[in-house]
Design a protein around this ligand. Structure first.
Ligand code: IVH
Length: 678
């Protein structure tokens, strides 16, 4: 290709990719397919490598470009990032209105001409974005409102933030909220759980933690989103040329290519604003992002100067906060659960209490450090919170309510499951993130083994064996470890009480269908302390074969990128314990086959969303879901316009008529199986 031709093609590709990104990430238009986007991006990347003279920092190929930082650089905000005063009820809103009206002149008839603008208060992190000549040049956190931190590299990874504005402007400073969706939080927490790492309590903490990563690659993986809500400067030295109303400003933000939340309303009076509050409170649970209230401002921005700022908060705006989802209860007991890797996790048992629409009777306390931080005792009255819509947590102890009969929480001397010894160790690679963990030292502890076996069968995708069946097989003495599963015969189990011939057959079929496994999955399935999915992949990629990993020196494991000393030691110890070697040998003897190459995911279902309804005959629902995922597709719980296929089994529910109404394609079990057969 000629240089000139390349230049033109590059420009065209950038424009097209940018348009697709805008439609997908800003307008939420599901019609855009990943394949087209990926393929155009690949072509653009190739041309940019061949013709480096046309490289552009803000090319769509360049979102995750920068190197990890040592620390964040401080930046001073030219316009301070203020905070908002809160109102918790109608009276406080009325009192706010009264304060505001004092600064607004009355018209000839003795009345006020005011309009309110209502929008949702997003529960994320305030950030400021600066554009020069239409290009995104700098982004910062709020910090103390005057000085924040430069997190440009991380913000560039957020796909809904435009790297270039849709219309040219010399200068622009925009404020908005960086958030993590509830869906992404759940996904992230599932990974944290598997790694036995602390869960993120809510979308805000998770978004904040993700933006604080020094390595933009890590931030990119967290799939953050951004909603713009304010233009603070439209010229280097002021707001010249900005719309006169806040609603107009939102329209301008949309025109410039920003994602602005659609829930907004211009209200003629506070009564209308209260209606907006009520309506949004009703739908907030259905939104995929966290909201904690409504921001109400004077719509007429020309009044802002005269209404003014009090302290650090503008008087012309207020945050109405939805009632907090907190409750008090008493701690009846603290028990210790033994995890797959033997770590003892304290769990508080409460007097059952209703919070945010569901009854909460227990909550993890994560570790002893957390108990010490809370100064918690058994018998204490505590404030609990249902954060991030799912995970309840203890946020505070109310010591004034103590009777004197509270009991200090003691670390068990013996494992609560097997009575084995309890050891202590530090977890976390860096001193700043270190905490103390207690663990059962007995390698044969059945709790470890029980969870470990469930983990093992899940990773092997033997979904027909759930916890109850696993317990049953153990109780009957049919298996003592996961390797024994591969020796089971139909005749071993179909005679057992409550095991029909059909279910026995399903179990055996599923075991036989999953004897082959990639090296990475095999390593992950072993349940080695500190070895999660990612580390297992790193190890598999590096060593290529299980024998090489088993014979590797500690130094060698230590030298692998992304693997720190604590993890390396754990891996080394595992492969140097006699039990582990016997176990691996037994797995192989019993017919487990480790594939050298990781199974390639055929992206046949990429970008396609399935919903399942009714019972399937020949495979379990979990297996059907796993098949969809393996082929790159996604699964949704409910039918919407975004659903591509509804898979219908016996006795389908209300999803079927809904899908028919929306024109979603319907597959019966047979059609689905032939579509997903490899
Ligand atoms: S306007 C003077 N609009 O709330 C501050 N803030 O307590 C102007 N927030 O730090 C902010 N959604 O992080 C505004 N639609 C919205 C918002 C919003 C969330 C946050 C923002 C700010 C905090 C104010």
């Amino acid at each position: 290709m000629t240089k000139d031709g390349a230049k033109k093609r590059i420009e065209k590709l950038r424009e097209q990719i940018e348009n697709l990104r805008y439609r997908y990430h800003v307008l939420d238009d599901p019609k855009v397919t990943d394949e087209v986007y990926d393929s155009l991006t690949r072509e653009l990347k190739k041309l940019e490598t061949e013709f480096p003279e046309f490289i552009d920092l803000n090319s769509p190929t360049n979102r995750v470009g920068g190197k990890p930082l040592d620390k964040f650089v401080k930046v001073a905000h030219q316009v301070p990032m203020l905070s908002l005063n809160d109102a918790f009820n109608k009276e406080e809103l009325r009192a706010w209105e009264k304060r505001v009206l004092k600064f607004i002149p009355v018209d000839d008839a003795g009345g006020f001409h005011i309009e309110y603008f209502c929008e949702l208060k997003m529960d994320g992190l305030a950030v400021s974005l600066i554009y020069e000549n239409g290009n995104f040049v700098k982004g910062a956190t709020r910090g103390d409102g005057f000085i924040g931190e430069d997190i440009t590299q991380n913000l560039r990874t957020i796909e809904s933030i435009p790297l270039k504005l849709r219309s040219k402007l010399d200068y622009l400073e925009v404020r908005g909220e960086a958030i993590m969706s509830k869906k992404t939080l759940n996904k992230l927490n599932r990974v944290q759980e598997k790694l036995e790492k602390p869960l993120f309590a809510n979308t805000r903490n998770a978004a904040a933690g993700s933006l604080r990563q020094l390595d933009p690659l890590l931030t990119a993986k967290r799939e953050l989103d951004f909603f713009a809500y304010d233009i603070v400067r439209k010229t280097q030295d002021g707001k010249e040329g900005t719309p006169l109303t806040h609603s107009g400003e939102h329209s301008l933000l949309r025109q410039l290519g920003f994602k602005v939340d659609k829930h907004e309303e211009v209200c003629k009076n506070l009564g209308e604003a209260e209606k907006f509050i009520k309506e949004t409170e009703g739908i907030r649970k259905t939104l995929d992002y966290g909201t904690d209230g409504v921001v109400i401002s004077l719509n007429n921005q020309t009044l802002y100067e005269q209404v003014g700022v009090v302290g650090k908060a503008p008087r012309y705006m207020i945050a109405y906060k939805y009632p907090a989802e907190k409750a008090t209860t008493t701690v009846k007991d603290v028990i210790f659960n033994v995890g797959r890797t033997g770590v003892l996790t304290p769990v508080a048992i409460f007097e059952p209490t209703l919070v945010a629409g569901s009854t909460v009777s227990k909550a993890t306390l994560h570790n002893m450090d957390q108990i010490n931080k809370l100064k918690l005792k058994i018998g204490d009255t505590v404030v609990i919170q249902k954060a991030g819509d799912v995970i309840p947590e203890v946020v505070e102890v109310l010591p004034k309510l103590r009777s004197g009969n509270e009991i200090a929480i003691k670390i068990p001397v013996h494992c609560p499951v097997c009575g084995g010894g309890v050891g202590k160790r530090s977890i976390g690679e860096k001193s700043s993130s270190q905490s103390t963990a207690y663990y059962c030292t007995n390698s044969k502890c059945p709790a470890k083994n029980r969870r470990g076996m469930q983990h093992f069968v899940n990773i092997f995708e033997i979904y027909t064996i759930g916890p109850k069946i696993l317990d049953r097989l153990k109780d009957e003495g049919l298996i003592s470890d996961a390797a024994d599963i591969f020796t089971l015969q139909k005749s071993d189990i179909d005679g057992l009480e409550r095991f029909g011939e059909k279910s026995a057959e399903n179990i055996i079929n599923s075991i036989n269908a999953h004897r082959k496994i990639s090296l990475a999955r095999f390593i992950y399935a072993l349940g080695i302390l500190h070895v999660g999915e990612q580390t297992a992949e790193d190890l598999a990629r590096h060593f290529g074969a299980i024998n090489k990993l088993m014979n590797a020196s500690l130094d060698k494991i230590n030298s692998i990128e992304n693997i720190g000393p604590v993890v390396a030691k754990s891996v080394y110890n595992f492969f140097h314990a006699k039990e582990s070697l016997n176990y691996i040998k037994k797995l192989k003897t019993n017919g487990v086959e480790i594939l050298r190459e990781a199974k390639k995911v055929a992206g046949k279902f990429k970008g396609i969303t399935f919903v399942l309804t009714g019972g399937l005959e020949s495979i379990s629902r979990d297996e059907a879901k796993a098949n969809i995922k393996r082929l790159g597709g996604s699964i949704s719980e409910s039918v919407s316009k975004k659903t591509d296929y509804l898979v219908v089994g016996s006795e389908p529910g209300s999803k079927l008529p809904k899908a028919e109404k929306l024109g979603v394609k319907i597959l019966n079990e047979k059609e689905f199986l032939s579509m997903s057969s490899r």
